[in-house]
Design a protein around this ligand. Structure first.
Ligand code: IMP
Ligand code: MG
Length: 175
């Protein structure tokens, strides 16, 4: 067990995560049979899930990374996001899937999906490990969801609290 200063209870165990990610990998492999898939992992949180998911996908996979942040501070943002790190390669004509850790207000992803659409991929899908639907402010079409979670502060499996706890092998809630 990792040493923590906060009280963290397990919401989704490592075993349940492994099972679900395997299922998602199988579903995605069936959907993209005969094609190649260009995964866009959203830094930093999405990276942990991307690695596990990619290992369960049986069609050829490319991986690229993007880092984005919301403009302004506080909970209500303008809806625009700033690109901290853009993709290394063009997605023109590719089957693209964005891989994210969690969709909360939807602000980041609704903006990002619109932006990526303008780069003319052959197809564009969104896959998230977690979804907090109660919190949605901006509509986003999610193609693959691992788990719906309650409106609590979640950590682990890429998700941080002040940059900590990303390396927890389970999904936890800070009490
Ligand atoms: P959105 O633009 O509000 O959907 O924000 C999504 C981003 O907020 C995610 O990529 C996370 O980095 C962060 N986030 C949202 N909810 C949580 C949480 O419960 N724990 C940790 N990070 C979160
Ligand atoms: Mg994130």
């Amino acid at each position: 067990m990792m040493e923590t200063n906060d009280n963290i209870s397990v919401l989704i165990s490592e075993e349940r995560l492994n099972e679900r990610i395997k299922e998602m990998g199988e579903e995605i492999s069936r959907a993209y049979k005969g094609r190649e898939l260009h995964l866009i992992s959203i830094l930093k949180g999405g990276v942990f899930f991307t690695c596990e998911l990619a290992k369960r996908i049986t069609v050829p996979v490319y991986v690229d990374f993007m880092s984005v942040s919301s403009y302004g501070s506080g909970k209500q943002t303008s809806g625009a996001v700033k690109i901290i790190k853009d993709l290394d390669e063009s997605i023109d004509g590719m089957d693209v899937m964005v891989v994210e850790d969690i969709i909360d207000s939807g602000t980041t992803l609704s903006y990002l999906m619109d932006l990526l659409k303008q780069r003319r991929p052959a197809s564009l899908a969104l896959c998230t490990l977690l979804d907090k639907p109660e919190r949605r402010l901006h509509e986003v079409k999610v193609d693959y969801t691992g788990f719906k979670v309650p409106d609590k502060f979640i950590v682990g499996y890429g998700l941080d609290y002040a940059q900590r706890y990303r390396n927890l092998p389970y999904i936890g809630v800070i009490d």
